[in-house]
Design a protein around this ligand. Structure first.
Ligand SMILES: Cc1cc2nc3c(=O)[nH]c(=O)nc-3n(C[C@H](O)[C@H](O)[C@H](O)COP(=O)(O)O)c2cc1C
Length: 234
């Protein structure tokens, strides 16, 4: 934590014009969420995202998607953090739930300024049938994990559209995530209600330069269509 907070302070100094959103995850204990949120806020972030969706070994420890799958906990955790900081709070949702509106509405009731979605989709990608181990195999072992990248884009688009068009949740800002690789993907996410987008897998595969391509491509498309602001097509 000390290293992370120091790095945030350094990034703030180095890139004063950039927005930094801190991401946090903790077990379901009020003091822990509040203390951590305050420390992150004091490091100078512009907003805090609550990771309630990680399925990578965290749910087994009562964190991540274990919290995100219970709407009452989503509401509670969001309220704890909202009560302890005065910067925008993004509640990040898990797609591993029957109805995304349950958790989006819970985040809204807890006071979230925005929801971020989707986190990864629980999956086992394949099985090594010679050794009978789920893949990828590391040191002779494998397990389930979170699916992401282009394959999850249709799931994300649908969940975002549901939140954006439902009266109880439509006032939430949406940070859209899930398979965004090209500027066209980003425009599609915004067309269905995202106010901003995030990229994870594409940056891991192609490097951070994909962000410049997203910006260039979207700017060109906006000029071609005569849009002067993103609000005009969100
Ligand atoms: C290796 C890996 C690590 C991740 N770690 C986190 C994390 O620490 N916190 C979080 O909120 N999401 C985490 N995610 C989820 C991503 O932020 C994102 O929600 C998801 O991968 C879907 O977007 P994408 O298709 O652009 O990757 C991780 C995803 C991957 C693949």
């Amino acid at each position: 934590l000390a290293v992370n907070l120091q790095e945030i302070r350094e990034c703030r100094k180095e890139y004063p014009d950039h927005v930094i959103i801190g991401s946090m995850m903790a077990p379901i204990e009020e003091r822990v969420w509040k203390d951590l949120a305050q420390q992150i806020a004091e490091s100078g972030v512009h907003g805090i995202e609550l990771n309630l969706g990680c399925p990578h070994g965290m749910c087994e420890r009562g964190m991540g998607s274990a919290i995100g799958q219970v709407p009452e906990m989503v509401e509670q955790v969001t309220r704890w953090v909202k009560d302890s900081v005065d910067i925008p709070v993004f509640t990040k949702l898990t797609p591993n739930i029957t109805n995304i509106l349950w958790s989006a509405e819970a985040a809204y009731k807890g006071g979230a300024d925005a929801v971020s979605l989707i986190n990864t989709v629980n999956s086992i990608i394949s099985v090594d049938i010679d050794n009978m181990i789920p893949e990828p195999v590391v040191d002779g072992k494998g397990t389930h994990g979170g699916y992401c990248g282009s394959a999850v884009k249709p799931i994300a688009l649908n969940m975002i559209a549901e939140i954006a068009r439902t009266p109880e949740t439509k006032n939430l800002e949406i940070s859209g995530i899930g398979g965004i690789t090209t500027w066209k993907d980003a425009v599609e996410f915004m067309a269905l209600g995202s106010n901003a987008v995030q990229v994870c897998t594409a940056a891991m595969i192609y490097g951070f330069r994909v962000v410049d391509d997203l910006i260039d491509g979207m700017s060109q498309w906006m000029d071609d269509k005569g849009y002067t602001s993103v609000e005009q097509f969100t």
